[in-house]
Design a protein around this ligand. Sequence first.
Ligand SMILES: Cc1cc2nc3c(=O)[nH]c(=O)nc-3n(C[C@H](O)[C@H](O)[C@H](O)COP(=O)(O)OP(=O)(O)OC[C@H]3O[C@@H](n4cnc5c(N)ncnc54)[C@H](O)[C@@H]3O)c2cc1C
Length: 368
Amino acid sequence: MATQAHFQAGGGYDVAIVGAGPAGATLARIIGEGCKVLLIDRRPMAADPPSPGQADKCCGGLLAPDGQKMLARQGLGLPRDVLVGPQLFVVRTLDLRTRRERYYQRHYINLDRGKLDRWLVSLVPARVDARFGCRLRSFERREEGFTLILSCGGKEYREQARLLVGADGAASRVRRLAFPDTPWPKRYAAIQEWFACPQALPYFCAIFDPGVTDFYAWTIPKEEGLLLGAALEPVAGAAERFERLKARLAEFGFRFDCRLRRHGGLLLRPTRVGQICTGGAGIALIGEAAGWISPSSAEGISYAFRSAIALADAVQARPGDVLSAYRRNTASLRLNILAKNLKSPFMYNSVLRDLVLRSGVGSMEVRR
Ligand SMILES: Cc1cc2nc3c(=O)[nH]c(=O)nc-3n(C[C@H](O)[C@H](O)[C@H](O)COP(=O)(O)OP(=O)(O)OC[C@H]3O[C@@H](n4cnc5c(N)ncnc54)[C@H](O)[C@@H]3O)c2cc1C
């Protein structure tokens, strides 16, 4: 089990990891016994169910086949209480403009995202100094490493570390402070709303409507509810476009009468490999902070795992030259992003998408 917030003065760490989402918690678990590691997260993380006012990460909570493969590679199986029903075997693709729809066979594991995060944190070994409810404010460069300026419960603390790892997600403070001039992936404002819907059909529904977004929207059944989400370009009127999406979906039989909750978050979309930033000068970025996320589906959990494994391997194999080794270890991940961008026009260009949906290639019949 990870230790809860305790604050010892001084010390100095080999590695400080900012963010205990899937990327940071995985790195902290596998980085190796030889490293003295500090793991911090601004969220409380440990409480299950979460304490009042604590928001879980805004996420659809679907573990795609690549994410399942990454769990297998780490020798992990999911505990039952992280799962939510129903498990999903079909993607329903719906183009609201042409009213065309198709079904494609895919197996996603349907998860409670907050529980996934807390479970991953529970696997972090006790030798890691884990501090939750602790926020990185800024950092200063020293001759050998960094001084981190942290705040917890209104108090400010300082810690020192040789390698600083930004695993702090889409709005990464580490990236913003350390690499302000690197090109960022395209940013989206994601909105998700939960509705009571006991009869929701067991499909992950991917929804395309250029009048709402140039990316996509989704519905995911979660136990007795239905989650509706959308990635929206963060220009004026995003909330209105979300409402328009609901009105359009109502024409297709969706019911959004009884809203249970709503939350939002930032989502990155690396439309060019050059928008990925793995770090430099003593700082490594992993997970979405680096821009590791699928530009075609916004699936990011597997990328968080893969980049954490790549950095842990680099730390173990080349302690003197971690950042070059990490960059080399992620060459296949860069190719993966490139391939997803090549595939994207068939999903996001209206004409090509229509051709694909008309052709029915790879689709299946579903009896209703
Ligand atoms: C609406 C939405 C739906 C999504 N749906 C899916 C999906 O179904 N499947 C999928 O695979 N991916 C999905 N994604 C993407 C996925 O959630 C992310 O790519 C993934 O969580 C990235 O993991 P991470 O560890 O890099 O970052 P995060 O999970 O974002 O974790 C970052 C952590 O850093 C902490 N932190 C941030 N700043 C600080 C700071 N200054 N100090 C201390 N701590 C800090 C945060 O509290 C957080 O715990 C979705 C994303 C969005 C926005």
